[in-house]
Design a protein around this ligand. Structure first.
Ligand code: SAH
Length: 364
């Protein structure tokens, strides 16, 4: 039986109208929202505060969960990767990253990805489909329930990053919708200020985000300091080359709140984009556009299918030192969950042996 309406991606007001359409009072919609988002329930049966006949009606016309968890992989460093499937059988991956001060959930905006970045394993899948808002919210619900227990609050708060599979700015509308739903204080209550969206450089959407009130933070994947190299590594550069990209970043910078910064991500590929000369080019480029963004240097996470190796530690340090000497703040991002294919650029619906994983419980 095809269940049409997915309730997990709906805002409170939408659920109110939805239940009114079933002849129920609006407050039942608010109750339903609390059950889905605050209590993070994924079946109507568990929503025992709703009258049984209503639960039965809901089960006939709607669904509270469309993703099924196929596998969970647990890394030595505690990172967890969830491999899920959509209703139409497509892979969706989500990563939970425990950290000292707060935990981070990295979610996917698309199944696969249409951008053919040469260093990224997700590219090998191609685009399967853009996810809808409910499928994005559900990823967070699954990860939170697994990490803390169903409905339990995250002890130190949760940050979200739209840095999983896919290009979030090609999923702009459902992404923004998901962020609005998740911000609701009666639900997950994860505000945009706790969310970072990463783009490979979809220029019109960078400009649109700059004009959006209550927006998430922005990260831009750069990977090269010249068009010549970036064209090769990230074909999206042919559509929106560096000058256009950085002009949009400049506009974004003007919209920043006090103390807020945005980030460039720079994957470090041995012998390709990691020389001292390239560090100087990068610093000059950012300084010329008067960008005070910080740069995250990400050592490449290798895979057999990818023709690159990570830069050596000495290279990364030297690159970083040059950026800093020219006034560009740079940080090195430590890889997380590499052993289970959960690190940046490794999401490709991989199955790995799962020795660290305790029993899978309460997931689907
Ligand atoms: N499509 C968006 C969201 C993905 S974020 C974007 O490109 O920004 C994933 C980040 O990991 C990007 O910064 C990407 O450049 C980086 N990345 C991709 N493949 C990688 C790899 N194999 N090793 C390290 N980082 C990688």
């Amino acid at each position: 039986m095809e269940k049409a309406v997915h309730l997990t991606g709906m805002a409170k007001a939408e659920l109110e109208s939805f239940v009114e359409g079933l002849g129920e009072p609006a407050y039942r919609g608010r109750q339903l929202f609390g059950a889905l988002q605050r209590r993070r329930l994924r079946t109507f049966d568990e929503m025992t505060d709703l009258p049984k006949p209503l639960r039965a009606r809901l089960a006939e016309t709607a669904t509270a969960s469309t993703l099924t968890v196929e596998s969970r992989f647990v890394a030595e460093d505690g990172t967890r990767r969830y491999l899920m499937k959509t209703r139409d059988g497509l892979p969706v991956e989500t990563v939970f990253i425990p950290e000292e001060r707060r935990d981070t959930i990295c979610f996917s905006s698309q199944s696969g990805c249409p951008l053919q970045c040469d260093f990224c394993l997700t590219a090998k899948l191609g685009l399967l489909r853009t996810l809808d808002a409910g499928e994005m919210v559900e990823q967070i619900v699954v990860a939170l329930n697994d990490a803390y227990g169903v409905g339990r609050q995250a002890p130190r708060g949760t940050n979200l990053v739209a840095m999983g599979a896919g290009e979030p700015f090609l999923a702009f509308d459902p992404l923004m919708k998901a962020l609005r739903v998740m911000a609701d204080p009666d639900g997950l209550h994860i505000v945009p200020n706790r969310v970072t969206v990463s783009t490979a450089g979809v220029v019109p959407k960078i400009r649109e985000l700059a004009r959006t009130p209550d927006r998430p933070h922005l990260a831009i994947s750069l990977a090269a300091p010249t068009d010549e190299l970036r064209d090769r590594l990230m074909p999206i550069n042919k559509r929106w080359p560096l000058e256009e990209l950085l002009a949009a970043c400049r506009e974004f910078e003007e919209s920043l709140r006090a103390g807020e910064r945005f980030t460039f991500e720079y994957v470090m590929l041995d012998g390709v984009n990691d020389s001292d000369a390239q560090a100087r080019q990068l610093a000059n480029l950012l300084n010329r556009h008067r960008l005070r963004a910080k740069v995250n240097l990400i050592p490449h996470n290798p895979a057999d299918e990818l023709p690159y190796r990570p830069s050596t530690e000495e290279r990364v340090e030297s690159f970083k030192a040059i950026l800093e000497s020219k006034g560009v703040h740079a940080f090195v991002r430590r890889p997380r969950g590499r052993d289970i294919y959960a690190a940046c650029g490794q999401l490709a619906a991989r199955r790995v042996s799962n020795v660290n994983a305790p029993a899978l419980h309460q997931l689907s």
